[in-house]
Write a protein that binds this ligand. Structure first.
Ligand SMILES: NCC(=O)CCC(=O)O
Ligand SMILES: [Mg+2]
Length: 330
């Protein structure tokens, strides 16, 4: 007796394994998140994100050129806003000379072909650390959408190629798309964080931007009234379909690893590119385990990004992007 099929034949050596490999990782898969701060000559390591930095604009220029030379051609910008510029309405978010708007121009000057995407949400600008405007202890939807639309327009005016609304208010994609069409930004795209879950994995990111919800009476303690419940699957599909109908060019699932079932479900039903955000907590977990010598950093990085792509990600926003290129080249 012998097995009718010997599956191991296709695993005999690296040549045959390479020949039948289904998922290949390349620098083109990645969107590099970048944190910017005011000041000069600042390259500030984020304590809960080892080897990840906030850059002042002069050093951002250098970083962006390095990314481009590594084959990383798309960035996603986040601004760390000084406390004195924060208020409930996120007024600073649409300042034409704000940090984000200057960062867009800095990247475009340094590297004109770099694709620039920008985070759109009020939390870095909110005195309360929320993605929208608060009234009577609630995050308002439509007033927040108006503020996010103004913010998006200011990014488009500064030269962003894509805006990436990460706030999870209802109807913001339609509002932003209509404003772009009316104001002549017909080629400015929208990558919607369509299925963003209320996740504890965002902790280190909130350290990076100092943007966690504040602990005050009448201020919601968490983001569960707008980000999705991680117990749910169906609403991720509705959220995503609606954002496509409203004009999203790219949709997103966030976080990554714990949500790969959602990624696959969405990939199976949509015909637009699907992005996945491998978030700060996922980065921090692996860096910490690797520092202790408990996991092989490079091997686990590649396994993780390959799994995310295999699940259906066309694009990955990942703090590991530079690590991946280094590993690919080694
Ligand atoms: N709007 C962007 C994020 O919330 C990022 C979260 C993370 O990296 O943990
Ligand atoms: Mg939605």
């Amino acid at each position: 007796m012998y097995p009718l099929r010997r599956n191991r034949r296709l695993r005999t050596n690296e040549a045959i394994r390479a020949l039948v490999r289904e998922t290949i990782i390349s620098p083109n898969d990645f969107l590099v998140p970048l944190f910017v701060v005011e000041g000069k000559s600042i390259k500030d390591e984020i304590p809960s994100m080892p080897n990840y930095f906030r850059y002042s604009l002069d050093l951002l220029e250098k970083e962006v050129k390095e990314l481009w030379n590594m084959g990383l051609k798309s960035v996603l910008l986040f601004a760390k806003v000084p406390d004195n510029l924060k208020d409930n309405k996120g007024t600073e978010a649409s300042n034409p000379n704000g940090l984000m708007q200057r960062a867009i121009k800095t990247v475009k000057n340094a590297c004109p072909e770099m694709l620039v995407m920008t985070d759109v949400a009020l939390d870095p600008y909110s005195a309360y650390g929320h993605d929208g405007i608060i009234e009577n202890g609630r995050v308002l939807n439509d007033a927040s959408v108006n503020a996010l639309t103004a913010m998006s327009l200011s990014h488009a005016q500064a030269g962003a190629d894509f805006v990436a609304p990460s706030d999870m208010m209802d109807g913001r994609i339609l509002s932003i798309r209509e404003a772009f069409e009316q104001e002549g930004f017909v080629n400015t795209g929208i990558m919607s964080y369509s299925a963003k879950y209320a996740s504890a994995f965002y902790g280190p990111f909130r350290d990076a931007l100092d943007s966690a919800p504040v602990d005050l009476i009448d201020i919601p303690k968490d983001k569960k009234s707008y980000q999705m419940d991680y117990a749910n699957r169906s609403e991720a599909l509705i959220e995503t379909e609606m954002d496509i109908d409203e004009g999203a060019d790219i949709v997103m699932v966030k976080p990554g690893l714990c949500y790969l079932d959602i990624v696959r479900d969405i990939k199976n039903i949509v015909n637009v590119p699907v992005a996945v955000y491998q978030v700060s907590g996922e980065y921090a977990m692996l860096k910490a385990a690797a520092e202790k010598g408990w996991l092989n950093h490079d091997a686990v990085v590649m396994e993780q990004v390959t799994a995310i792509k295999r699940a259906g990600a066309d694009i990955m926003a990942s703090y590991f992007a530079k690590d991946v290129v280094r590993i690919l080249n080694s």
